[in-house]
Design a protein around this ligand. Structure first.
Ligand code: IPE
Ligand code: IPE
Ligand code: MG
Length: 271
């Protein structure tokens, strides 16, 4: 574990990042369930929205550091299909916050070579949010650094349901034969088509559940649960998660001995 007592200067941070890169593999794709904003605020006698606002600061720091570390994909679970059922006030404040954050952050993201993408039932979002999202996506479309995927009005079951619907239509139209349905074919219908599965899933605030996140895609992800609430989850906490990830042996159903030599033709390992 990286000591939290280390003073955070730019040099210290550079040193920690170099150390992480030397220690082992940096995950290609990190997915995060950003949880605990409400509890963070409650502990401070603040309204829940104060936690969401502080959470935006964590997003900024984590996105920046992922870019610096060379992470290729970062998927942030920002709003689930179930979150629509929260009190109206909280939902509308969250939507406003999202809209403002997109508006305020797009230039910085662009400068940092980040490309913005969204997965989820985007049509369900208020039109103002959709517009900001489209602006961010268009402006950053050709950037070659970190790909930031915002999971908005997303759930794993929604994703699978939509995929099955589209797939059924293609079978009906004769574009696809039932015999051709395999895992690769299914993946093409998911919102994450073209994005490799997450190597590392982080959930903050100490909850041990997936809460309808990437149900298909997390099949072989390494899971790291942090006790820290999202508004307090910053780069040092991410370094800790990556350090833990680097100690894992990812076996993908095989035995240790098989992992020493890259297996010819093993699509699972090469994935
Ligand atoms: C995560 O924090 C943000 C969203 C789900 C939108 P929460 O709002 O779930 O905070 P807790 O879990 O109630 O503390
Ligand atoms: C998961 O958090 C969804 C997001 C972080 C967007 P929730 O707070 O909605 O999950 P539960 O209700 O604790 O499972
Ligand atoms: Mg929560």
């Amino acid at each position: 574990m990286i000591s939290r007592r280390v003073k955070s200067s730019k040099e210290d941070d550079d040193r920690l990042q170099s150390q992480l890169k030397l220690n082992g593999t940096i995950p290609v794709h990190i997915a995060i369930i950003m949880d605990g904003n409400g509890r963070w605020a409650k502990k401070r006698n603040l309204p829940r929205i104060a936690g969401h606002k502080e959470g935006v600061e964590s997003v900024r720091d984590i996105v920046e550091v992922c870019g610096q570390l060379g992470v290729k994909h970062l998927t942030l679970y920002a709003f689930s299909t179930e979150n629509w059922k929260r009190p109206k006030d909280e939902v509308s404040m969250l939507m406003r916050l999202l809209m403002n954050a997109l508006r305020d952050e797009t230039d910085r993201l662009h400068k940092n070579n980040v490309s913005v993408n969204a997965i989820g039932d985007i049509d369900a979002l208020p039109i103002e949010v959709q517009n900001e999202l489209n602006d961010a996506k268009t402006k950053t479309a050709t950037n070659t650094g970190l790909q930031l995927h915002l999971a908005l009005s997303y759930s794993g079951r929604w994703d699978l349901t939509e995929a099955i619907k589209k797939l059924a239509y293609d079978v009906k139209k004769g574009i696809l034969q039932p015999d051709q349905i395999d895992t690769k074919a299914i993946e093409k219908y998911l919102a994450t088509n073209g994005i490799p599965d997450p190597d590392l899933l982080v959930r903050t605030s100490g909850e041990f559940r997936i809460s309808n996140f990437l149900l298909w895609q997390l099949a072989y992800s390494e899971i790291f649960i942090s006790p820290v609430c999202w508004p307090d989850f910053r780069r040092r906490e991410l370094y800790e998660a990556i350090t833990d990830f680097q100690k894992r042996e990812r076996r993908f159903g095989l035995v240790s001995e098989q992992l020493k030599e890259p297996l010819e033709g093993s699509s699972i390992i090469k994935k």
